[in-house]
Ligand binder design. Structure first.
Ligand code: TMP
Ligand code: MG
Length: 292
């Protein structure tokens, strides 16, 4: 397919190869100046597992190490054990999940607000955490920067943690915009709550980024690569203007058997249990090689 051997790998599933071939062909034809990328963070740019061991999400980073008290870790873990299976349950609809996710994020954020962490605490926790960018993420970021392709990272995680992970494990370039839940600090530098409206996994079709001029300014970039691991991520680029070709790439990390059919319906390309960005990078490499 499109002369990209990675698309034929055993863990890469494509429901409609003709459609994918055409979309990639159009992206190659149009080249880098027409491309923009929108990506989720946790378990999309970051790994679900690293050499078989489960890695932290942004929120989980706060449960590792010795910075936060035991009561925080116990309660945060109990919340995740209860709510994460609901987030990933393929038998529930998004409408059914939304109120439950709002409940999870509200409880998790209220809990963190009791701990009054500082920016330094966040940096230290990230440095000692098991959060890992996928293999190939640095190449991906650097190529997008070198070719002026905008990257929107749209995450229901924690913005401050994402920025630290990227700075620590790769480079935060000026073509990257991270939209997420950012911590709010008081004059003493202690965290008191969160800024702006809450982003959870299933409201990525709403919110400030779609109301801002971000997508308007990129209206000449008609080709979008969208990358996610949750079905809510499919809506991250709903605000994009004049889209002609959209390639939806989904990472299926958990409940693979139960979710595969649904993911193949919703995502153009589904990548199973992978710790790398190899497939995305192979597609990007082809687009960048185009003579446009
Ligand atoms: P994402 O939008 O960057 O993927 O981030 C959302 C993920 O964060 C989602 O899969 C669930 C996870 N999460 C936790 O692990 N712990 C928490 O306390 C919360 C609120 C979310
Ligand atoms: Mg995710």
């Amino acid at each position: 397919m499109n002369d990209i051997p990675e698309l034929s790998l055993q863990n890469v599933r494509i429901a409609n190869p003709e459609h994918v071939t055409e979309v990639i062909q159009n992206m190659i034809r149009d080249g880098q100046n027409k491309l923009q990328v929108v990506a989720d963070f946790d378990r999309t740019l970051s790994k679900y597992t690293h050499r078989g061991q489960i890695c932290s999400t942004c929120h989980n980073v706060l449960e590792e190490g010795h910075v936060l008290p035991e009561f925080y870790k116990d309660e945060a873990r109990a919340l995740r054990d209860h709510y994460f299976p609901i987030e990933m349950n393929p038998k529930l609809t998004i409408e059914e999940k939304i109120p439950v996710m709002v409940e999870w994020w509200t409880k998790a954020h209220d809990l963190l607000s009791k701990c009054h962490i500082t920016k330094d605490d966040v940096r230290i926790m990230v440095e000692n955490s098991t959060a890992r960018l996928r293999d190939g993420c640095t190449w991906f970021f650097d190529q997008l920067q070198a070719t002026d392709i905008p990257l929107l990272i749209f995450s229901a995680g924690i913005g401050d943690v994402i920025i630290e992970v990227i700075k620590h494990q790769a480079t935060l370039h000026d073509n990257m915009k991270v939209v997420s839940n950012y911590l709010e600090y008081d004059d003493q530098g202690k965290m008191t709550g969160f800024q702006d409206e809450m982003i959870h996994v299933y409201n990525k079709n709403e919110g400030a980024i779609h109301d801002s001029d971000y997508f308007q300014k990129l209206e000449h970039r008609n080709n979008v690569i969208l990358m996610g691991d949750s079905l809510g991520d499919l809506h991250m680029a709903d605000g994009a203007v004049g889209v002609q070709n959209k390639l939806k790439i989904g990472f299926l990390n958990v409940k693979v058997e139960e979710s595969l059919e649904l993911y193949m319906k919703k995502y153009d390309i589904v990548i199973l249990e992978d710790e790398t960005l190899n497939v995305v990078n192979a597609i990007l490499r082809k687009v960048l090689q185009s003579k446009q």
